[in-house]
Design a protein around this ligand. Structure first.
Ligand code: NDP
Length: 337
């Protein structure tokens, strides 16, 4: 059983030495447990938080423990009611390893005939659910309003933008580089998509949002938020989902301090900013999300792009790259057939 451990805590951006691949015996499931063979592993930005021991909504991974992740897995052996050998499942506690033991908690059965099981890690899983709930419940988009989302081609942002289009909104994406921006417009159907690597971002965004911004779905923070802030309309909504521009930061951003300006803006424009952590806030809505999103994906109303890497040993590099935008679509690692 190959396992990827957290070897040391990163300072700034993670490096390959923060991870260690080890070989251990395949575990045996005890009473009330099942053995899973992990097939597709998910790489997600939240894992950067778990590598750090800074205070957060979830406990850090201990140095020497298996890196956490969700996976699409095959049940190999089961001593658990409701699960049998051969079942295909989505396990949210699988970890970066070939095999894992589970007691059935946070495990969901998948349709064994599902065309693309890895989609259970993206559009039909945690990230898609995050984009859907954050947009609809906190963002409350109305037809004709302007919705802005960054990390626009990733699994969260692409769902936010496409669902907002289905609700009749004008959607402006923000992404890194011309290829991602072209994809957001040509394939995902966004009205425009702006490159945050250009110095002209703030101007470009103001030009693309002549009526201001009604919903800003926050995935990024940093200079993207600086560009958004002056454009927020009265009564605009800002679901705070992620701040990936800051995850590797080792110090505060350069001044001046924008906090007083932000508080004043929130008051004068009566802006609703609300942070959420998907399964913490919305777990009971997961079945209803799947009921809506599954046909949208099957009918092509919501398009999906994955960035697939092969081999557990390649997961650290893929993860390091994702934090810097080298992924194009949902980052998944295939570790077995
Ligand atoms: P993505 O697949 O979109 O990958 C992250 C992307 O972030 C990169 O590809 C890159 O896209 C972008 N990015 C990285 N650094 C910067 C930067 N400095 N400025 C602008 N963009 C940057 O990830 P996900 O869709 O899985 O996640 C998106 C966000 O949602 C993350 O912040 C994540 O933490 C958050 N999240 C929150 C959840 C919750 O429960 N609150 C649950 C799931 C995700 P590009 O090249 O386009 O810039």
């Amino acid at each position: 059983n190959r396992q990827t451990l957290l070897a040391s805590r990163p300072v700034g951006a993670p490096v390959p030495d923060n991870f260690k691949l080890v070989e251990t015996p395949v575990p045996h499931p005890g009473e009330g447990q099942m053995l899973l063979r992990n097939l597709w592993m998910s790489l997600d930005p939240y894992m950067r938080g778990r590598m750090s021991d800074a205070k957060s909504y979830a406990d850090p991974v201990a140095v020497g423990d298996v890196m956490p992740c969700g996976a699409v897995s095959r049940v190999m052996e089961s001593n658990l009611d409701g699960f049998a050998a051969g079942d295909l499942v989505m396990c949210y506690t699988a970890g970066w390893q070939d095999y894992s033991l589970s007691n059935g908690s946070m495990v969901f059965k998948l349709d064994p005939n599902m065309a693309e099981p890895s989609q259970a890690l993206g559009v039909l899983g945690m990230p898609g659910f995050t984009g859907y709930m954050g947009l609809l419940d906190i963002g409350q988009p109305k037809a004709g309003e302007t919705v802005v989302v960054a990390a626009a081609t990733g699994p969260v942002g692409s769902v936010v933008g496409q669902v907002a289009k289905l609700k009749g909104c004008r959607v402006i994406g923000i992404a890194g580089g011309p290829d991602k921006c072209a994809y957001a417009v040509d394939e995902l159907g966004f009205d425009a998509c702006l490159d945050h690597k250009l110095d002209s971002l703030a101007n470009d965004l103001a030009n693309a949002c002549p009526d201001g911004i009604d919903v800003y779905f926050e995935n990024v923070g940093g200079k993207v938020f600086d560009a958004v802030m002056p454009l927020l309309n009265p009564h605009s909504r800002v679901p705070i989902c992620g701040l990936i521009a800051q995850y590797n930061a080792t110090e505060l951003p350069p001044g001046p301090d924008r906090l007083p300006q932000l508080m004043r803006l929130m008051l004068s424009q009566r802006i609703r900013m609300q942070a959420f952590i998907i399964f913490d806030n919305y777990g009971p809505h997961y079945p209803e999300f799947l009921q809506t999103m599954t046909p949208w994906v099957a009918e092509g109303k919501v398009k999906v792009r994955e960035d697939r890497v092969e081999g557990l040993e390649n997961a650290p590099q893929a993860f390091i790259g994702m934090l810097e935008g080298q992924n194009f679509g949902k980052m998944v690692v295939k570790i077995a057939d």
